[in-house]
Design a binder for this molecule. Sequence first.
Ligand code: ZN
Length: 141
Amino acid sequence: MLLISCPNCGSRDETEFHYGGQAHVPYPENPNELNDREWAEFLFYRDNTKGIFAERWLHSTGCRQWFNMLRDTVSYDIQAVYPMGAPRPAAVASPAPESGTASLAADSTTTGNSAPSIAGTSTSATSTNASSTTAPEGATK
Ligand code: ZN
C-alpha cells in the first residue's frame, strides 16, 4: 500500500487515488496533420519504464485534483510530487544500478548452485500466497 502525499491534502492512503498514466505526453500541435500511425502512437503508445517514471495521479476521493508524481516502478519509492504543468523535477539517484549489481550476484549464485535459490523462491512465494489469502478475509469482516 502506498502512502501518497497529495499536494493539496497531505499524505493519504493509496485507495483515495486513481492512476492516470504517463505524465508529460503533449497533445499534438496539429492533430489533423498526423497520419494514422502517428495518431495511434499519441493515443495508445506509452513508455514502460523500469525505474523512475513520471506519471499522473488523481486524488479522486479527496480534493479531486490531478497532480504529477515521480515514482520508481521497481521499488515503488515516490521521489517527487508536483503540480500539473510544472516541469519534471530531476530524479534522485536511482537505486537501479545497485539492483543490477544484485541481480548479477544472484546470477552468479544461480550458476554456482541453482537448487537452493529455487527452493528459497518457492518458499517466499508460498508465504506471499498465505498472507494474500489472509487479507481478503480481514476485508470482508
Ligand atoms: Zn488531495
